[in-house]
Write a protein that binds this ligand. Structure first.
Ligand SMILES: C=CC1=C(C)c2cc3[nH]c(cc4nc(cc5[nH]c(cc1n2)c(C)c5CCC(=O)O)C(CCC(=O)O)=C4C)c(C)c3C=C
Ligand code: FE2
Ligand code: FE2
Length: 340
């Protein structure tokens, strides 16, 4: 299950998509009436034409890159686990979890268990949590006869880290000055709100590096961990990589450092040949192809950078396809460590 995209790059379709996305109470978590005024009264009308232009610049003949790449992942996994049906669903737009569950059940009337893999390695209220809660709601309302098993965030899973490192290795074998892990950002408030202990996140000094139960839901801790494990696996020294956060929306403070600022600062520190990886996204999408690959590249080169290389997301990398297939078969065979 992935995030979803508009049905087309036409402004009305982008409006519909942005409204569904931003009216989600786990994305813009204001009381309903305020959310409605801010989202449908201000953000959506202002943002839709600009967003539609951005989508146009990355759209493929077959459709949105995020949807096309998720379909390609589905086909690749299905070709490995030939005896297990594989479907895709989106949190917003199409296909919905209801469509995917219904299709699987229709084609396999004695279906016993469905394994849901959120295509987000890290826990965030606005990504993993909303996808899972939405699918669970539909599952409960429709009273499907099968069991629903959900894969937990895999940000530190060995097979996931191996696959990510494999996909990045050819790039780090070339000459470069710095590797930037750019993750989708979230508001600072969401990090505090998700702290299950109520006394750890952004309260304890260097919180993300101090062991805590809070890390089960701490996006910042989880993305730092992924970056550290991948850098270790690839043998990249500490001063040659860093983490930053992109895609900020609104005036509120989001977690820092901001990727857009890093693109301006890195050349000043002599980091002129840059590699960028975006592991918050499993499939390349608007936020990687346009925000980083087009806008980000332009601003880094304008600020004195010499070369800018974007490392593709996992997409259909064979190591990732095999990992997903193995998680599915392991769960079917009763090994449940991956499940929530
Ligand atoms: C790690 C995954 C994601 C988190 C966390 C997340 C939080 C988040 N996003 C917005 C607002 C927007 N995000 C948009 C696009 C977008 N976001 C993600 C993933 C996460 N978002 C993806 C994969 C995409 C790309 C979708 C695609 O079709 O390619 C957009 C829409 C595009 C735009 O107008 O910029 C918005 C808006 C918020 C507010 C938020 C956390 C609170
Ligand atoms: Fe987003
Ligand atoms: Fe933390």
């Amino acid at each position: 299950m992935n995030l979803g995209s508009p049905d087309s790059t036409a402004v009305p379709d982008v409006k519909r998509y942005l409204s569904e996305f931003l009216m989600d109470k786990r994305v813009i978590d204001y009381p309903w009436l305020i959310r409605k005024i801010v989202v449908d009264g201000l953000i959506v009308p202002r943002r839709s034409p600009k967003s539609a232009e951005a989508y146009k610049s990355i759209w493929w003949e077959e459709g949105s890159p995020l949807i096309v790449l998720t379909k390609q992942l589905q086909a690749a996994v299905a070709s490995v686990v030939k005896d297990m049906p594989v479907e895709i669903a989106m949190r917003y737009g199409h296909p919905s979890p209801q469509y995917a569950f219904g299709k699987m059940l229709k084609e396999n009337p004695d279906l016993k268990e469905v394994v849901l893999l959120p295509l987000y390695p890290h826990y965030a209220m606005s990504s993993y949590e909303t996808a899972v809660e939405y699918a669970k709601d539909i599952y409960q309302k429709k009273q499907y006869p099968f069991k629903l098993t959900i894969i937990k965030p895999y940000y530190n899973d060995e097979a996931y880290i191996d696959a990510l490192a494999d996909s990045m290795r050819p790039y780090v074998e070339q000459e470069y000055d710095h590797l930037l892990f750019s993750y989708h950002g979230v508001p600072v408030r969401h990090i505090r709100k998700g702290d299950i202990t109520g006394q750890h996140c952004l309260k304890v000094n260097d919180c993300c590096n101090v062991a805590s139960e809070a890390h089960k839901q701490c996006y910042r801790h989880q993305v730092i961990t992924t970056s550290m494990l991948v850098a270790q696996k690839l043998g990249i020294p500490k001063d040659k990589w860093s983490v930053s956060f992109q895609s900020r929306l609104g005036r509120e403070e989001w977690i820092q450092p901001y990727t857009a600022n890093e693109f301006l600062e890195l050349p000043k520190r002599g980091k002129k040949k840059l590699l960028v990886a975006c592991p918050a996204f499993v499939s390349d999408c608007l936020e990687t192809l346009e925000e980083i690959g087009e806008e980000g590249k332009h601003s880094f080169l304008e600020a004195g950078g010499e070369s800018f290389t974007m490392i593709p997301c996992l997409n259909t990398h064979p190591a990732w396809v095999n990992t997903v297939a193995k998680w599915g078969t392991d769960i079917r065979e009763g090994q449940r460590e991956m499940a929530v």
